[in-house]
Design a protein around this ligand. Structure first.
Ligand code: ADP
Length: 212
């Protein structure tokens, strides 16, 4: 059901201040109670708001669920991203593995000067190379990484919803959050500005469940 901007505002007032009388809602909006009556009737009939005599309007459980879904659709990657953990492309596999432990992350981003994204390394990449018996002190991390353009990225303006879908579709644990930087021949490079992992999304899920 499509609500008018005024009805959305009323829902917002009831959510924040309910139980609240019709008179107080009208005051907040600088309108008369009579003007508001059709809106209140629609919201009550739709089951989004409930009314009790001498108490006022308050949010129904149906509305609570609707607000949470809307909130989830509105959260952007930029709102919940973490600080990125990156290593330079010439860093050894050994040093990169140590960074993974000290920084306590499961995915490292591999960058060159200017923080430009070159690739991604995860725990499985390290396991694979350790089985091969190569010298991890000599091997640069760029040899074992998943490299551009095969890295799946997210931009801060994207919704978390869309980014979560990418994580599921590509079966990865984290996405570098990037800003496109145009260079020369129309080639697009990506500067790493954050990290979006399954943990960020799980945290959001918990917060929504707790109603914050
Ligand atoms: P783990 O190795 O801890 O299970 P992932 O499932 O994320 O972590 O990684 C599996 C493979 O996918 C690895 O080879 C890794 O390099 C690659 N990978 C990780 N993140 C991305 C990404 N955002 N885009 C493309 N490939 C990725």
């Amino acid at each position: 059901m499509e609500l008018s901007p005024r009805q959305e505002t009323i829902l917002d007032i009831v959510r924040r201040e309910g139980p609240i009388t019709g008179e107080h809602i009208a005051e907040r909006l600088n309108l008369t109670r009579a003007t508001l009556r059709p809106d209140m009737a629609i919201l009550t009939m739709a089951g989004l708001v409930e009314a009790r005599p001498r108490v006022g309007y308050y949010m129904s459980n149906k509305n609570r669920g609707r607000l949470q879904t809307e909130h989830l659709r509105r959260v952007r990657v930029g709102d919940i991203k973490s600080v990125p953990v990156a290593v330079m492309d010439h860093c050894s596999v050994y040093d990169a593995a140590v960074t993974m432990f000290t920084e306590d992350v499961g995915t490292l981003f591999v960058v060159r000067e200017g923080g430009i994204l070159e690739g991604v390394v995860s725990r499985k990449d390290f396991l694979k190379v350790s089985l091969g018996g190569q010298d991890m002190h000599k091997l640069p991390v760029s040899v074992i990484m998943t490299r551009m353009p095969n890295v799946v990225v997210a931009e801060p303006e994207e919704t978390v919803w869309q980014a979560a879908r990418k994580i599921i579709t590509h079966a990865v644990d984290a996405l570098p959050v990037v800003r496109p930087v145009r260079e020369g021949e129309g080639q697009t490079l990506y500067e790493v500005i954050g990290r979006l992992s399954k943990t960020n999304i799980t945290r959001l899920f918990v917060e929504l469940g707790e109603g914050s």
